[in-house]
Design a protein around this ligand. Sequence first.
Ligand SMILES: [Zn+2]
Length: 79
Amino acid sequence: MEKNERRGMRRNKRPSKPKICRFCESKVEYIDFKDAETLKRFQTEKGKIMPRRVTGTCLQHQKMLAIAVKRARIISLVF
Ligand SMILES: [Zn+2]
């Protein structure tokens, strides 16, 4: 018997980071573009929308978020 069980080793940089969509968690069906506080939470300091791999938002909500942010930009709520 040899100890050959080291094959499946993976380097996980941040194993404790949760990947749950915040909108799904609170059962949001529509993201209001007037809700600047929520939108800002998903933006960088420069006003870019954070990518899904960072926030963990699901595709459905990420699309909604992008639309909401773009609308908010028009009325100068967010950058
Ligand atoms: Zn979601």
